[in-house]
Design a protein around this ligand. Sequence first.
Ligand code: T3D
Length: 262
Amino acid sequence: MSDAPNVLVERRDGYRRLALNRPERLNAFDRELHAELIAALREAERDPACRAVLLTGSGRAFCAGQDLTERTFVDGVTPDLSENLVERYNPLVSCIRSTRLAIVAAVNGVAAGAGASVALACDIVVAARSAKFVQSFSRIGLIPDAGGTWTLPRLIGDARARALVMLAQPVDAELAADWGMIWKAVDDDALETEAATICETLATVPGEALALAKRALLASAGNSLKEQLSLEASLQRLAGAHPDYRAAVEAFRSRSVRRSGS
Ligand code: T3D
């Protein structure tokens, strides 16, 4: 076993870069990687100077999902897979969705199985043109997990989600962007700069507004329009009461006054 960290953490101005770091296993999730990733996300969340996370993979892949070498069938006994979901993937996806931080996935190569689900749970997904998203679960007799059955149809619609889930056909980054599965596909050598620029921009956006917007968008999936309008009103009350709002409006007004010369 290697002593290298399973997640490389780089602190940058206003955000952190987290790289899944098991390149020899295409960054597949084992227990250690799960533990280090959730710890790194929680630590980033505790840092008031941190507004965003850039999540990527070391080597040629983003993440190949569950590490299948972790699964053993001793005396014909099948492991209870729900345990790993409940204890690891579900808290990870819930954390990505509910954290105040903006999570930007820079998908540098293949994202398969739960690796695709985790990427697609992120707030903004940018992928290298050579990257692929594979719903590889059906190939090994499983159903999509880590939120895949929730996220995928919402992003690309039921017809496309069903075909991808059942056929496990890879979708390249360009098509993923055309379908609205991700934000954009960029040239491979532009991926890091693009993702870093997005994080730098997010680091300048009032943090409370980002966090409240995430809450509203997450809730919209289960809400009626009436409920969502009511939620927007209460979250906007919180946003408007924050000093960031007042400072931004006052800055805008003083710029307008200067422009009009009065
Ligand atoms: O179990 C639970 O807890 C339930 C939760 C399940 C969630 C899931 O994610 S289920 C889905 C698991 N993932 C997969 O089924 C994907 C398996 N991998 C692949 O299909 C292919 O590797 C890829 C399409 C991702 C990439 O193909 P390719 O040809 O570019 O690479 P490769 O040659 O297949 O893999 C390179 C190495 O990575 C290879 O190791 P080696 O032979 O060089 O020593 C391969 O074994 C290893 N690797 C790839 N994926 C995994 C993996 N090792 C462990 N687990 C993997 N998932």
